[in-house]
Design a binder for this molecule. Structure first.
Ligand code: SF4
Ligand code: SF4
Length: 345
C-alpha cells in the first residue's frame, strides 16, 4: 500500500496498515504459482490480503459522500485502434495524455463528495499511458471504499507493456475489462494480436487471481453519429426522450473530463472533435452543453445524476442500429477517403 496524500491531507498510518504492508510484502514474495494454488487461494480468502484497502477515511465536514452509479476518466485521448464510430471519438486520432498529477488533481476535486459504485480508468487506450500502474494505485487511494468497483477498460493489445499491472489490479481489487473489437473473418492480424493479449490476461488471472471481464464490442456495436473527422453529423431524430430511452452508452457513462462532470462520453469528447476539426453548425446545440463544475452544490450533483433525457440527447439515434465495424487496425487515413454512412433503418 502506498501512503501518498489524498486531497492534500496525509492519511494517518496506523499500526494496522503497517502490519498490512508487511503482510502484503511477504505475500508478494511468494512464488505466483503458490499464491494461485488451492492453499494460496484459501489463505487469501481467509485474510483478504490482496483486497485489503485502507478504510474509507472521513474528512471533517465531508463525512457523507453522494453515492453515484458510475464514473469514468480518460487518462489519454490516444488510441492504437481506429474503431469505426467510436463513441469517445478517439478513432479520429486525438492527442493528449493526461499527466498523473493532473489526473490526481482532477479526482481530488470530487473524491470527497462522490462515492461511485463503479469507476472506470480508460481512454483512448489506457495502456498507452506510461504511468498506468501508478494511476491504478492512485485511483484506489482516491476511492478506497470497497463499495467502489474499479476497472481498467482496454482493448488489450498493449497489456504486455505493463508487467506491473496485474499486481496493481490485484492489490487494488480492480477488474481488467478487455473489449473485443473484431475477429479473424475481418482481420486475421487482429485475431492473432488479441489471441496473444487474451493469453496474457488469462495468465495474469491464474497467477494473480485478478477479475477479468471480456466485452463483445464487435456484435454489440452501434453508431452514435455518421461520417468521419470534420464531416461527422448528429442523428437529430427529434426525439430526445426516445434517444435517451435507447441511449447508445447505456445511460451510465458519466465522465470526469477537464475537472468537470459530463453526462456521457459523446458529449464530453465532442469537445475534442470540435477543437480538432471545427465541426459544422449542426453540432452547436450539443457543443453548448454545460458540464457540472467542481464549485456546484450537493443539490446540483443529485439533480445532475437524476436528469434523464435532456435536449442534447437529440443528437443520438432514437432507434440505434447495430453494425459490424471495419477492421480496427486500418490506419486513420483510410477512413478519410471513405464516406461512412449510417446503417439503413
Ligand atoms: S479501442 Fe476502439 S472503441 Fe476503444 S477507445 Fe480505441 S477506437 Fe475507441
Ligand atoms: S447524449 Fe443522451 S442519449 Fe446520447 S449518449 Fe449521451 S446520455 Fe445517451
Amino acid at each position: 500500500m502506498r501512503n501518498s496524500p489524498v486531497g492534500g491531507k496525509a492519511l494517518p498510518v496506523t499500526r494496522e496498515s503497517y502490519l498490512i504492508q508487511i503482510l502484503r510484502s511477504a505475500w508478494n514474495a511468494l512464488p505466483p504459482s503458490w499464491r494461485n494454488s488451492p492453499a494460496g487461494r484459501l489463505l487469501r480468502a481467509c485474510i483478504h490480503l490482496p483486497r485489503t484497502i485502507r478504510e474509507h477515511p472521513s474528512f471533517p465536514g465531508n463525512a457523507s459522500r453522494i453515492s453515484i452509479p458510475h464514473l469514468e476518466i480518460h487518462i489519454t485521448h490516444k488510441c492504437n485502434l481506429t474503431c469505426e464510430g467510436c463513441l469517445h471519438f478517439t478513432n479520429h486520432r486525438h492527442s493528449g495524455t493526461i499527466p498523473l498529477t493532473d489526473i490526481k488533481k482532477s479526482m481530488a476535486l470530487w473524491n470527497k463528495r462522490l462515492l461511485p459504485k463503479r469507476f472506470a480508468i480508460l481512454g483512448g487506450e489506457p495502456c498507452l499511458h506510461r504511468d498506468l500502474v501508478d494511476i491504478v494505485y492512485m485511483t484506489r487511494e482516491m476511492w478506497p471504499h470497497s463499495r467502489t468497483e474499479m476497472e481498467v477498460v482496454t482493448n488489450g493489445l498493449l497489456l504486455h507493456l505493463h508487467p506491473g499491472l496485474p499486481q496493481a489490479l490485484s492489490d487494488t481489487n480492480t477488474r481488467l475489462s478487455i473489449s473485443i473489437h473484431s475477429d479473424g473473418s475481418i482481420s486475421p492480424k487482429y485475431q492473432a494480436k488479441i489471441r496473444k493479449a487474451l493469453d496474457l490476461a488469462d495468465q495474469w488471472q491464474k497467477e494473480y487471481g485478478i477479475a477479468l471481464n471480456i466485452d463483445d464490442s464487435l456484435h454489440e456495436w452501434t453508431r452514435g453519429y455518421t461520417g468521419f473527422g470534420g464531416e461527422i453529423l448528429p442523428f437529430e431524430d427529434n426525439n430526445p426522450q426516445n434517444s435517451w430511452d435507447n441511449c447508445i452508452t447505456g445511460q451510465q457513462c458519466f465522465q470526469l473530463f477537464e475537472d468537470h462532470l459530463w453526462k456521457c462520453a459523446p458529449l464530453a469528447y465532442l469537445q475534442l472533435q470540435d477543437r480538432k476539426y471545427a465541426l459544422s453548425e449542426k453540432w452547436q446545440p450539443y457543443l453548448q452543453y454545460r458540464p457540472l463544475s467542481p464549485g456546484c452544490s450537493d443539490k446540483e450533483i443529485v439533480e445532475f445524476f437524476n436528469r434523464g433525457a435532456e435536449p442534447v440527447c437529440g443528437m443520438c439515434p432514437n432507434n440505434p442500429q447495430k453494425f459490424i465495424k471495419m477492421n480496427p487496425l486500418l490506419p486513420v487515413r483510410s477512413y478519410k477517403t471513405k464516406t461512412l454512412k449510417a446503417a439503413p433503418p
